[in-house]
Design a protein around this ligand. Structure first.
Ligand code: G3P
Ligand code: CA
Length: 357
């Protein structure tokens, strides 16, 4: 009995030491890139409390103290870079009412003036009545420049930008366009102020060609176009109804398959990966667990940082941090900053009120 207890204690001590070594490795890698560790990455802004990718969400994330404002980059018909996540505008705007004949069209089918005429806030009030605010109605889609304005707008809080090229195959040349805007605004002068990310390794390689000095992250997930799963059966074929539960059971085909993607990341010039997480409560943003300790160890051994998406709850902060990640994409920057003992000076509601929301 005593021997068993001693073995268990030794095991725990070894695990703790392994965890500390992991944390140390990540810290050094991050420091070399000018990236905070652990990094708080505000996923589409503070998008739990305000409509994603709008001024309200980015102002809140900035003033809470997030290290980075995350955005998904697309381009309007007239060539302006904008922050929109989905391939079309139906979920997060009133496009169906304003432009019914084009409601399912991609962002690239709209001019900036058309996008600016959309209401990108009211959908949130309808979807989340418990977090609704009258002033969210009529919020506008933002250009990249407007997100930069917000990031620069509080002398006490200067978050960086963590920019994803979204469906880049639809936007040839977007990598060069992005460089031009960042350079024009002096955003490329400070190491680690911008991090670039993509699921598309061709786009990542193009970003590397344009901006070799800027840290880049290859986003990872399990399935078509990314890491091959152990089981070929898709969610649709499984007949299941709970997507999160299905994904939570999925594993990469092999350690070698996972490693192949780390090597792709390095070959494209990445300094890290952005893997998915399986969330304890499930939900729409819960995917395969690609931040298991062995995966993070393998990443660190190859000199790659690990920034996991998208984690909002303490139980999952505990899990992914213990597994050795170096940063977290979160819709809830406030709770994550409090978790890391970096409590914001004001509550979310106070900050929103101060901005007249
Ligand atoms: O960019 C990290 C994470 O945002 C990837 O997922 O679909 O939310 O862009 P998504
Ligand atoms: Ca994203």
């Amino acid at each position: 009995m005593l021997a068993k207890g001693i073995y268990r204690l030794c095991g725990l001590a070894l695990l703790t030491l392994a965890g500390l070594a992991e944390a140390g490795e990540g810290r050094e890698l991050a420091a070399r890139q000018g990236i905070p560790n652990p990094a708080v990455i505000a996923h589409r802004g503070a998008s739990f409390d305000a409509p994603e990718s709008t001024a309200a969400a980015y102002l809140l994330a900035r003033d809470l103290g997030a290290d980075y404002l995350e955005l998904d980059l697309q381009r309007t018909r007239d060539g302006v870079l904008v922050a929109v996540h989905d391939d079309n505008l139906q979920r997060t705007s009133d496009v169906a009412r304003r432009f019914p004949e084009r409601k399912g069209s991609p962002v690239s089918a709209f001019s900036l003036a058309e996008l600016k005429s959309l209401d990108a806030g009211s959908w949130f009030n309808q979807a989340y009545p418990e977090r609704a605010r009258a002033a969210f109605a009529g919020l506008r889609i933002l250009t990249l420049d407007e997100v930069m304005d917000i990031a620069e707008g509080n002398p006490e809080k200067r978050p960086g930008l963590y920019i994803e090229t979204k469906v880049p195959s639809l936007f040839p040349g977007i990598e060069a366009d992005l460089k031009a805007r960042l350079q024009a605004r002096g955003w490329l002068d400070t190491p680690g102020r911008v991090v670039l990310q993509s699921f598309d390794r061709n786009s990542l390689a193009l970003l590397h060609k344009e901006m070799p000095q800027v840290p880049k992250v290859l986003l990872l997930w399990l399935g078509k176009g990314s890491i091959e799963p152990a089981s070929a059966q898709t969610f649709a074929e499984s007949g299941e109804t709970d997507k999160a539960a299905f994904y939570a059971r999925q594993q990469p085909k092999s350690a070698a398959e996972f490693e192949r993607w780390l090597d792709y990341a390095k070959a494209a010039g990445a300094i890290g990966t952005g893997p998915s997480a399986a969330l304890t409560a499930g939900g729409a943003q819960s995917y395969a667990d690609l931040v298991q300790p062995w995966m993070n160890r393998m990443s660190h051994d190859k000199g790659l940082l690990v920034h996991v998406y998208t984690v909002d709850e303490k139980v999952d902060f505990d899990k992914v941090m213990a597994a050795g990640v170096d940063g977290i994409f979160t819709n809830r920057s406030g709770p994550l900053l409090r978790y890391f003992a970096r409590p914001p000076a004001r509550e979310e509601a106070q900050i929103l009120a101060a901005h007249d929301y």
